[in-house]
Each structure stands twice: as structure tokens, then as C-alpha cells.
Design a protein around this ligand. Sequence first.
Ligand code: GLV
Ligand code: MN
Ligand code: MN
Length: 405
Amino acid sequence: MSDFFRLQKHIDELSAIGSKDGAVTRLGLSAEEQAARDLVGAWCDARGAKVRRDAAANLFARFPGERERDPIVLVGSHVDSVPEGGRFDGALGVICAIEAIESLLDVGTRFQRPVEVVAWADEEGARFGVGLFGSAAAFDRLPARIAERTDRNGISIADALRALGEKGDPAFAARDVREIAAYLELHIEQGPRLVQANRPLGVVSDIVGIVHGRVTVKGRADHAGATVMTARADALLGAAEMALALETAARSRESTVGTVGEISVRPGAKNVVPGESTFSIDVRAPDQARIDAVMADLRDAVKRVSEARGLETSIDVFNAVPPTPLDLTMRDLFARAAASIGVDAPVLSSGAGHDAQNPQLAGVPTGMLFIRSSGGSHTPRESAATVDAALGADALAFALRRLAG
Ligand code: GLV
Ligand code: MN
Ligand code: MN
């Protein structure tokens, strides 16, 4: 049984890192994310794990097994956050993984296979634009030349890794998937379905496919007073029309979403017609056909708006993760794990992306368990009850005992 007070203490301690006015900012490959890794590593070290960090800044804490050479069970989530995010997205999965293991060790469990806790680096991609970064590196699924991508301050992924003491090439993080028997991840649901169903836990059936990219719109900077409205090539207004076209494309398809979450304007002054605008795109759907259709609509709109407004536009798609059905055996295991503690856990699909996609897509049997959460997510309002987290840790402990115990 998990220890409620230890769990609460770990939630409080981890939430304090990068926290300001109740919001958590721990961007990928930042000093705050490293501080979170240090804390998590210290908890694991205190319980006898061997802790290491790989070339992509993922943290692994290995709890030994009787059969040290057997393929391991990997369990965890991420410790980075979006800017001004919540306390639970990712962090709770790492905390509950450790709680599950600690609760098993408390009662003298000896693992047969090694169990490794992982804290994936830069899952959110909020800083460099590439989500699921650390897990993609570990499962050899990184997009090409990714380490050259820069953040807003011109710091590249390679630079950020070097600042942490790594060599700067995340590709060296790739692991041999034959060493991994299974991957398990617990995560807050980030949506309302478990609250509505009045259930604390859910079993994830599949995870949406995601396209991440950036559109650059070039117009002509000019004087805001002297340039008549008919003589402008306003990059921002073109970008705005394109963003609205993305909304229309997503709204016209079921279970499909499209988001423009970042936009910048150059040169950026109130009395200058915008000469250039760059905006991000995030498109998600449960099947590839719908993602492809939205992207086709967006490309058409970009062409049409650019021609009508005299703009030059380019679309850079730098990451695409396909829709990912999770492993049926792991789904069944989590359903039994929940049942073992008296919870009838509904089966849910995930509209958020998760590191679990990378091991599953690389052929590692992967399962995910959702914890009831409220207040949405990627905002400080996001919330999960420690009693629900304790149930999640208990279910995870059941699954770990079956897979490794
Ligand atoms: C991660 O939280 C994502 O779904 O973008
Ligand atoms: Mn997450
Ligand atoms: Mn997130």
C-alpha cells in the first residue's frame, strides 16, 4: 500500500521547483528541469537505485533485480512543464512510479527483473518546439537534425545539453529496445471524463497523432500612418486568417483539434505594419486521415491567403507522431490492477500526447493509467487529489509486481 504522507510530501517538494504564484515553469533542458531531476534522483538513490542521466538528459534510476540481465520494466513520465503550467502534468507520473516501487520495497519485495524509473526530458517541447524529446531520443525516433533547433534566445538543443554537461548529441541516448520488457506510465487525465464518470482511474486505449510545425509569413514592413490600407502586405493579418482557417479545418472534423499557441511579429512596433509573422501549429486527431486532411486544408488556405495579400509563406513541419494504440496486454493488466483495489476503470483515449507513444511505436509493450484530474491542464488550475494518486500508485505497484516481482 502506498504511503499517503510520503506521496503528499513528494508532490509538495517537486511542485516547489520552478513555482511562482502557484504556477510551475520548468521548461525542457533548463536549470529548473535539472533541479527536478536531481530531487527525483535523490529519492531513488536513497532507496538503493543506481541513478544516471543519458545524452538527452533523461534520468534513469535502476532498482536491481535478482536476474540483472533480464529485460527491464521501465516506469515513469516527465518532469518538465509548459510555461506557467500546473503541478501534476508529468510530475505525478514520476512521483507515483517511485511511490509504487517504495511501497513494494517497504514490504520486502525483491524484483526478479530490474525496474527503472524514468524522468523523460523536455516532453512538452515548450522551449524548442519538439515534444516528447527525451523519449524520442531513447527510442531512436528523433526528427532529423533536431539538436540544431533553437529557443527564443537562440540557444540550440545541443547548446542546452552541453550546458547541462552532456556532449550535445541526443542521438546517443538511443537504447536497445530488446533490453526493455515493458513501459508503464501514469498520468493525470487532463480532461473531465473521469470526473464525470465518478471514477478515480482510467485505462488508456490509444493516444492521438500529433503534427507540430511553424508557419512563417513574410510581408512588407511599412509606416502605419503613411501606408494606405490597400497598399499593405501585412504579415500579421495574413497569419491571423491562416490561423482561423486552421480552426475551421479542425472544427469540421470530429475529435480533431488545431491550435495556434504562439505567434510573433516583426519588427514589432505599434506604428509599423508587420513585415513578418511566425506562428506555431499543433494538429491532433485519433487517426492519420483526419490529420492529413486538416494539413491539406491548411496548406490550401496558406496558398490562397498569401496570393490574395501578396505574402510569401513557408510551412515547416518538424515533428509528426502517429496515432498510437497501446498494448492490449498492458491495458488488460492495468484493468486488473485497478480491479484489485476495487476500481472499475473506464477505458479512455488520450487527446494529449505522451512519452508512452515512443516506446509503443518502437515495439515495447506499453500501458498508461490515467488519474482523475480537474481544472484542465497546462494551467495552474490543474489539480489531482492525493487519494486518487495513492490509488494510482497502488495499481502501478500491482502491475510492477506482475511484470517484475
Ligand atoms: C503534452 O502535454 C501535449 O500533449 O502537448
Ligand atoms: Mn504530460
Ligand atoms: Mn503537458
